[in-house]
Ligand binder design. Structure first.
Ligand code: SD4
Length: 351
């Protein structure tokens, strides 16, 4: 198998995705196993995939993998997701999360506070209630009733420093979220471990899709939402069909970026529908990005990021984004947890 470094270099040159899909296609021909597989947004996906892979590689269910995987990121105090992340503009961290299983069941929470693992609360909503989405104080109350603990209302040191910086201008303007890792040079993203301090990343979400050994699909998405958002603002991540969608007959998709644009286009539902029409995962993601750009207009599209990853029933993967700088991690028997640069439309976010 190709060395990780070599593969990554090729990925940053744009050849990785090609080799990757070629590799997978070759495996299909040989009837080799392309499942299980997990694909996750951003470089934080590398660490999350390790946990998901423990489930998948031992014959576990995709649903367990996508929950366990993103819990790693939610636990990271210096990361962009979970209670260590940036707060809203009132200084409170509010979290959104969603999960879907192979039966099309879905659960989600929005604007939940002081709970470490919103993804697990989302799963409880799915499994233990007749509902799909619980929000705010009600979601927190439900979490407590399910045995979750209330964490202290306290910003992480990094988030506190970022918030104080933001308060100086209190400018309410969504930023283009791209990877800004220390290892990035000239816009080429290299592997960056998850230990990032604020300023090294510029995104707030992790989305994960998995296919298990039985060929079943599941997905998860968890986020602190847009940094310094209006109190009560909910993004795309907990909204089924916007931030996450899974159809076990066809495929699954998850998003990151400016949630408002994803919501207005029902982005992940759209991608699954494109795959139903025969599009590859990458072509489906691209078509959804183009749909969004068409609606917002090209001028506005130069000011935001939206990125998607998708996985189909065969285990094929793909991604596409508006702005250069989005990457994703894939772990399977063939692809040993590698990071790939997504194809993109524009380069405004990269200096
Ligand atoms: C949101 N989509 O709340 C999320 C933000 C995000 O990386 O993806 N940031 O709009």
């Amino acid at each position: 198998m190709m060395q990780r470094r070599k593969f990554l270099q090729m990925g940053s040159l744009g050849a990785g995705g090609f080799l990757f899909s070629k590799n997978l296609k070759a495996n299909f021909k040989n009837n080799a196993v392309t499942k299980p597989l997990v694909i996750t947004t951003w470089n934080t996906g590398i660490d999350a995939n390790v946990e998901a892979w423990k489930v998948l590689s031992t014959g576990g269910r995709a649903l367990d993998a996508v929950e366990k995987g993103v819990m790693v990121t939610e636990s990271s105090i210096n990361c962009c997701v979970g209670l260590g992340a940036n707060p809203d503009r009132d200084g409170i961290v509010t979290l959104d999360a969603s999960i879907m299983d192979e039966h099309g069941n879905a659960g989600a929470v929005a604007a939940i506070e002081r709970i470490k693992h919103p993804i697990s609360v989302a799963r409880k909503v799915m499994e233990n209630t007749p509902h799909v989405l619980l929000v705010g104080a009600g979601a927190q109350e439900f979490a407590l009733s399910q045995g979750f603990q209330l964490e202290p209302q306290k910003l992480s040191p990094d988030a506190e420093a970022e918030y104080k910086k933001w308060l100086k201008t209190s400018k309410y303007q969504p930023v283009i979220n791209i990877e800004k890792g220390k290892n990035e040079t000239k816009g080429q993203t290299a592997f960056a471990p998850m230990k990032l301090s604020n300023g090294d990343w510029n995104h707030d979400t992790i989305g994960m899709l998995a296919i298990d050994v039985n060929g079943n699909l599941s997905g998860s998405c968890t986020t602190s939402g847009m940094g310094f958002k209006v109190r009560g603002r909910v993004g795309d991540s907990p909204l089924i069909g916007a931030g996450l969608y899974v159809d076990n007959e066809i495929g699954a998709a998850v998003s990151t970026g400016l949630g408002e644009e994803v919501i207005k286009s029902a982005g992940t539902f759209l991608i699954v529908e494109f795959m139903r029409q025969g599009y590859s995962p990458e072509a489906a993601c691209k078509a959804a990005v183009e749909r969004i750009v068409k609606r917002t207009g090209v001028a506005k599209a130069h000011t935001y990021q939206v990125a998607f990853i998708a996985l189909n029933k065969k285990g094929e993967t793909g991604a596409f984004c508006v702005q250069k700088g989005f990457n994703y991690a894939v772990y399977s028997n063939e692809i040993n947890n590698l990071l790939f640069d997504s194809k993109y439309l524009y380069t405004d976010g990269v200096s």
